[in-house]
Design a protein around this ligand. Sequence first.
Ligand code: SAM
Length: 318
Amino acid sequence: MATEHYPVMLEETVEALVLEGAEKVVDATFGGGGHARRILQELGPEGRVIGIDLDPEVAARAAGLAEEDRRFTFRPGAYDEVLEGLVAEGVNVDVVLFDLGLSSYQIDEAARGFSYVREGPLDMRMDPGRGRSAADFLNDTEPAEIVGVLVRYGDVPRGEARRVAREVVRRRPLATTLELSEAVRAAVGWKERGGNPAKRIFQAVRVYVNDEVGGLERALSAAERLLLPGGRLVAMTFHSGEDRVVKRFISGRAGRCVCPPELPVCICGVRPIFRKGVVRRPSAREVEENPRSASARLRSTVRTSEPLDVDHLPEETP
Ligand SMILES: C[S@@+](CC[C@H](N)C(=O)[O-])C[C@H]1O[C@@H](n2cnc3c(N)ncnc32)[C@H](O)[C@@H]1O
């Protein structure tokens, strides 16, 4: 079992955050606290960090940091709900950071059911007290719906998704992670190249079970309402599905005119809410030292001073 989580792209994140001493930062995915601790080092005595995490096991680590450093406070819960709560309280912040996905603590602890190579209960919930487990979903859902989840959230080719769903249904009830891995292997075989095919299947089920896409969309629009002019929104993504959500969110607010092309002048009045963002990737050295960083993309963008006008905001999902 891992005893440590190596924060991914730590220095690049600090660079993207462009912190000043007295700023207020939200770390929406506290995890092992690696990013939060580094941010606190950058801030002065007046700076503040609010940490958020949904995983009940994170609370003890966060309580330790709150004891050590009075500039840090922790709010347990789902980031969309906590951020919406901060909006309702009238809080404003300079930075919101998301480091999405799982921490090494979660992946390596077999009992959490996230690992496709370690035997554990087929669970995959960030908060095991909330919602349906992966087993409940896979054992109790129409095959066509399972296929849709695998295609949508794992970028699994439809034919492969159908074979996996058929094999899952044939083997029901599934109770453990390795039972799911074996079903995937029986359905699509083992490819020497391209990695373990169970990886994308597990990713898709995890994203669905935790409503990661919906949660992220709601959290980004709450972040937008929290950020002060000049505030930074920084998000690290680890797969194309979550990266698409962040990319669309930013580009949809970067002020592109939405007038019909036949109009000679702009009448839509769309103004940029965020300045077009920058994308950073991990260095070759980091990928070599920590292969889990390989798929990371760090997107950052800056809030303009344009007031939010809900009529001018594009729809979240296409
Ligand atoms: C990649 S880890 C963050 C690691 C952290 N930056 C560090 O340096 O240790 C992602 C964390 O986000 C948390 N998380 C995932 N979905 C969440 C959600 N919807 N709301 C709050 N926290 C969430 C997970 O429980 C996990 O601890």
